[in-house]
Design a protein around this ligand. Structure first.
Ligand SMILES: *Cc1c(COP(=O)(O)O)cnc(C)c1O
Length: 402
């Protein structure tokens, strides 16, 4: 949780600004807000890093995905190709809009593969919701080719990958719209917060209205302007945005520290037999938030995690634990357990979610062991961690004595 490691005077100052005027609403109150516009500041800080033309701060990353899909025109009955390895929010957003998730295979990048996407395209496919997992980046050249060849819309859930890039373009900016999360567990945090991004003005204006009950925010009296579309409330508060702005300014520093630690861990651990690492679409575009070990097979990974747990080292696998990031844990989707009826229950699921044939994804997620990287680690701490992980891997590979 790198951002949270660096809470300090900067965040406090930003919060005090907001409390000094009492204006926690991002719109209006021009005369009494002392020119504090924290949501706008947060958006501008994000744009400074990723170069997006438009950014919209919203209540959380899940809302940013929803807005990205909605503003891209995705709705009832549209098939949206999704990975089976993502935080559940991606799939929820698709379902909330009445669209139908279609699961495709991921590969060693931990993201959808171009091959996987191609195989699941049907005449009803409208979009791909690509997720850049574990701080990395997908194979964008290949994916963009499939997307463009088939005239699909690309939306990116870069919830975990703000500050990751591919060949110089930041994640979130390859398709029609993208989303970042600034929740408590991401590279930078607003407490709760998300950012919607796009380079397309029309898509931005739709998202801007969608996230505030349809208000168009033209002129400076929000509330009395026009309401071009139906929306909902996904606004961010000035308090959260203030923290998000201060944190985003620290991202270059956080990323540099993360990458340094990750490099060091990979150099040490890469020498061990049977250890490799998750791939990146572009090795130079990593955000460094996670060390992603890949063991030879799932049982090996399982044994290593057991040793890691015994030694209290950390490190988690998404396949056989109850972490919420893999389809194996999504029984509520397989059984369509809902609070109220969703469109998919009337229309029928596009795939048999209980019997999906995704051997590659099962294999990749089974072999994966992830470690969150802390930017405040000292060199000594990184060395100690590398030794401990190495010990666990060696122990796990020894035959069990009766
Ligand atoms: C964290 C995350 C989300 C959800 O973001 P929130 O801000 O918690 O709503 C969505 N997708 C991915 C891939 C995430 O990691």
């Amino acid at each position: 949780m790198p951002g949270t490691e660096l809470f300090g005077a900067e965040e406090r100052k930003e919060i005090e600004d907001v409390l000094s005027t009492g204006i926690m609403f991002r719109y209006n109150h021009d005369a009494v807000r002392n020119n504090f516009w924290k949501a706008k500041d947060f958006e501008n800080e994000v744009k400074k890093i990723n170069g997006a033309k438009y950014a919209l701060a919203v209540s959380n990353g899940s809302a940013a995905i929803l807005a990205a899909l909605a503003a891209s025109g995705i709705g009832v009955g549209d098939e949206v190709i999704c990975p089976p390895f993502t935080y559940i929010a991606t799939i929820e957003a698709v379902l909330m809009l009445g669209a139908l998730p279609v699961f495709a295979e991921i590969d060693e990048t931990l993201c959808l593969s171009a091959e996987g996407i191609k195989k699941t395209i049907t005449p009803k496919t409208k979009a791909v919701c690509l997720v850049h997992m574990c701080g990395g980046n997908a194979n964008m050249d290949e994916i963009m080719k499939v997307v463009n060849d088939n005239k699909l819309i690309l939306v990116e859930d870069a919830g975990q990958a703000f500050a990751a890039s591919y060949k110089g373009t930041y994640t979130g900016l390859f398709g029609k719209a993208g989303a970042y999360s600034f929740d408590f567990f991401k590279i930078a945090t607003a407490g709760e917060g998300g950012i919607f991004v796009t380079n397309d003005e029309k898509t931005y204006l739709l998202a801007d209205s969608y996230c505030d009950h349809g208000h168009d925010h033209i002129g400076n009296n929000r509330g009395m302007e026009n309401h071009p579309i139906i929306g909902f409330n996904y606004r961010i508060s000035e308090l959260h945005a203030a923290v998000g702005a201060a944190q985003t300014r620290k991202v270059p520093q956080i990323k540099a520290a993360n990458l340094k630690h990750k490099q060091h861990l990979q150099t040490v651990l890469g020498k061990i037999n049977g250890v490799s690492f998750a791939k990146l679409g572009d090795e130079n575009g990593d955000s460094g938030t996670f060390l992603n070990l890949m063991m030879n097979d799932t049982p090996s990974a399982q044994r290593v995690v057991e040793e890691l747990n015994k030694a209290g080292v950390g490190g988690f696998n998404y396949w056989y634990t109850n972490m919420y990031h893999f389809i194996n844990q999504w029984d509520h989707i397989k059984n369509m357990q809902t609070a109220s009826k969703l469109a998919i229950q009337t229309m029928g699921a596009p795939q048999d979610y209980k019997n999906l044939n995704i051997p590659k994804s099962q294999e990749v997620v089974g072999r994966l062991i992830s470690f969150g990287i802390r930017c405040t680690w000292t060199t000594d701490e990184v060395n100690t961690l590398a030794t401990k992980i190495a010990d666990c891997i060696v122990k796990a590979s020894q035959p069990v004595n009766a």
